[in-house]
Design a binder for this molecule. Structure first.
Ligand SMILES: [Zn+2]
Length: 232
């Protein structure tokens, strides 16, 4: 595995590149791993995209750190595992499938539709695996699961638990889908929780998709700003 491990100093740059999150729940940020998302609701098929958060095992490590699933020490241990492509690639594929699945389920709810039963079945399986392998603790906001062993599957596991928690805790009426027009007319399609009292939030981000002059350059601006974002 050592021969392909990238220098750990690249970790901070990967975290920076992820930029801001707009979903309001880990599972929605996880679903928003593709930009734009508007054309991928049905089957997750590849079309021109500005960004895919999960391109290799190292991205998984950075994503988990960005979401504070672990600290720097654990991230560095995971970084070394990410260099082993035989282990990392299946987790990466699984993560992308689960991200698309999560997007379909919450996208259906945002659209006022019932999620597909087979999608729910798959989420149930992922949730079951996550709970079975996790260590439960009680936090001020309720039970939580942790995966203390270095394992690249932490991100998809945490996403499955977050999806279940969010489905239970947040009413479907609060799940919304951003109508922002992305490049080449592909809608932004990102999901978010509308926590305004009067349900008035419309955009994933006011300064990006909510900008009245939605020029074709908006995504360039977003990307620039995201790459400027400093992880603290
Ligand atoms: Zn948007």
């Amino acid at each position: 595995m050592a021969e392909s491990t990238r220098p750990v100093r690249e970790l901070a740059a990967r975290v920076d590149a992820l930029g801001e999150s707009f979903g309001g729940a880990l599972c929605l940020d996880f679903a928003n791993s593709v930009e734009p998302r508007g054309d991928t609701a049905a089957d997750g098929a590849g079309t021109p995209r500005l960004r895919q958060d999960f391109n290799d095992g190292y991205d998984l490590v950075a994503w988990g750190l960005r979401q504070q699933l672990y600290g720097n020490e654990q991230a560095e241990r995971l970084w070394r595992l990410a260099g082993d492509r035989r282990r990392a690639d299946p987790v990466l594929r699984r993560t992308r499938v689960l991200s698309d699945l999560t997007y379909r389920i919450f996208g259906a709810l945002a659209d006022g539709r019932r999620p597909d039963a087979s999608d729910l079945g798959e989420l149930q399986q992922a949730y079951g695996e996550a709970v079975r392998t996790g260590t439960m603790s009680i936090t001020p906001t309720g039970p939580a699961f942790d995966w203390p062993e270095p394992d690249l599957r932490i991100v998809p596991r945490a996403a499955a638990v977050s999806a279940f928690d969010t489905l239970r805790a947040v009413g479907s009426s609060k799940i919304k889908i951003c109508p922002g027009a992305g490049r080449d007319g592909i809608p932004c399609g990102w999901l978010f929780i509308d926590s305004t009292k009067n349900g008035s939030r419309r955009w994933c981000s006011m300064s990006d998709c909510g900008n009245a002059s939605k020029s074709r350059r908006q995504n360039d601006r977003r990307r620039t700003r995201r790459s400027d974002h400093r992880f603290t």
